[in-house]
Design a protein around this ligand. Structure first.
Ligand SMILES: [Ca+2]
Length: 491
């Protein structure tokens, strides 16, 4: 351990931009950001999952800080990644609020700012996206210059310069290799299913195949950490592991329930408290200001994220910071537009999550939250349910929806229309399945949460509240949606 880095814990708390320029580049930590694609909470060993094995994540969490309530800004690749890079809620980013869009160059992103401050930056595989980089006026991905591998990145890095690297895996995004989980020895009967999944061999096998890709991601990050350790650089590297949105299953990804927006998050490295568990709410939009402070750069005023450094230092967490984090917001704009939806609009929604409640406001309850189910019931053919990735669990739920009342109930939870307001009492209903928004005894709670949500959305300039949301619906969609049964891969 380099002595100056031992003091990083103090710096973590009191990092002032005024003193940052006096720091030599070599005093600043490297930053390794490892982001999985569609990896949801609580699917890591350290969160108590009995089947998936994630030794790398578990190690980072045990030696550093494990976040129990980390949330994405939006449960959709492009807006989630845009929020991470800009440190802003995705509803402030115009077309970037939508999937398969662009990220305009006038939104500052942390890799550019760290590069200007002397960091060597780069990414591999999935960076910002999916979308079109050049439409937004950028000449490269917002995550930085692209490299084939971490080794290639390190080979071109000048000596003595700190780095900020984005390892963007495509795992565990669909498609999966059917049966990969079971073949690897996973015990399917021990899998803890979300309570809105039907319990069938098809669904258990699907979750196991998802786990298999989670494990592949974890193993690849492990190899990167081993390389850093071998080079003697791990003890001067802040390591962050997380995912960009919840799991690609019905009612999860592209939804504001926990299984759509709550993600694993662990932070380790020099100056970070070991073995701490943080229950306070954090958003991945908080990462950009965190990384900038680590690099001695003052976060731009437009960043709505709050640095996580007060939660990480050995002498923390700062009680004031914990008190300021009693809830978190999330939202959704357009995910995959249904081909038959001429306005290309999505199903806009926003949420506020506290330790006791989840409140969701659906701005267009007239639309189908998982996509329009205009499929032929006899053949299951046609463009349909585009906001839910195709896969065995979705197929099973569609095919068996008429089997009995239970299958119908679970199908409706994932695919039916929803009222303008949803409220879930997490003390009685941790699975967030019983909407009590219209129950009289919850009237005060509903009203208070709605007021808090709207106040924060107004303060952060959300066009759904302050006006101008028509723009969000009109931006082009550069991708293509999934179709049944062609099974084109969803973005
Ligand atoms: Ca994703």
């Amino acid at each position: 351990m380099i002595p100056k880095l031992v003091r990083l814990s103090t710096m973590l708390v009191a990092f002032a931009a005024a003193v940052a320029p006096t720091l030599a580049a070599e005093d600043r930590p490297n930053i390794l950001f490892a982001i999985a694609d569609d990896w949801g909470w609580p699917h890591a060993g350290v969160y108590g999952d009995p089947v998936v094995q994630t030794p790398t994540f578990d190690r980072v969490a045990r030696e550093g800080v494990r976040f129990e309530h980390a949330y994405v800004s939006s449960p959709s690749c492009t807006p989630s990644r845009s929020a991470i890079l800009t440190g802003q809620w995705h509803w402030r980013l115009e077309e970037s609020a939508n999937l398969w869009s662009t990220l305009r160059k006038d939104y500052p992103v942390y890799p550019d700012l760290l590069e200007e401050a002397g960091y060597v930056v780069g990414f591999e595989r999935k960076g910002w996206g999916p979308g079109r980089v050049e439409v937004g006026g950028r000449t490269r991905n917002a995550a930085g210059p692209r490299f084939e591998s971490f080794e290639e990145f390190l080979a071109q890095r000048p000596d003595g310069r700190p780095f900020c690297y984005w390892f963007g895996s495509y795992d565990p995004h669909r498609d999966y290799e059917a049966g990969s989980g079971a073949r690897s020895g996973m015990k399917l009967d021990e899998i803890r299913l979300f309570p809105h999944f039907p319990d069938s061999p098809e669904v258990r096998g699907d979750v196991a195949d998802y786990y298999w890709e989670v494990q592949r991601f974890d193993g690849e990050v492990g190899a990167i950490l081993a390389l850093l350790e071998k080079r003697g650089e791990l003890d001067r590297t802040i390591v962050v592991m997380t995912g960009d949105n919840g799991i690609p299953f019905p009612r999860c990804k592209a939804n504001l329930y926990d299984c759509g927006v709550r993600v694993p998050l662990a932070v380790g490295g020099p100056g970070v408290a070991g073995g701490r568990v943080v229950e306070a709410f954090v958003s991945l939009a908080d990462l950009a200001p965190t990384f900038l402070e680590l690099g001695g750069v003052e976060p731009p005023a437009v960043m709505t994220g709050r640095s996580l450094l007060p939660l990480l230092g050995a002498e923390g967490p700062d009680p004031k910071e914990v008190a300021a984090r009693e809830h978190v917001l999330a939202g959704k704009e357009r995910h995959v537009p249904a081909q038959e939806r001429p306005d290309t609009g999505g199903t806009p929604m926003r949420s506020i999550r506290t330790h006791e409640f989840l409140y969701i406001r659906n701005f267009r309850p007239d639309r189908w939250p998982a996509g329009t189910p205009h499929y032929q019931r006899a053949t299951l053919e046609g463009a349909w349910l585009g906001d839910c990735d195709n896969g065995p669990t979705k197929f099973y739920m569609v095919e068996h929806q008429d089997d009995d009342a239970e299958h119908r109930r679970l199908y409706d939870l994932s695919f039916a229309k929803r009222p303008a307001e949803e409220l879930y009492d997490l003390r009685k209903d941790p699975g967030q399945l019983r909407n009590v928004a219209a129950v009289p005894e919850y009237a005060e709670t509903r009203k208070a949460l709605e007021a808090r949500l709207m106040e924060e959305l107004r303060a952060t300039g959300d066009p759904r509240v302050v006006g101008g949301a028509d723009h969000l619906e009109a931006y082009p969609y550069y991708g293509h949606g999934p179709r049944w049964p062609g099974l084109e891969k969803a973005p």
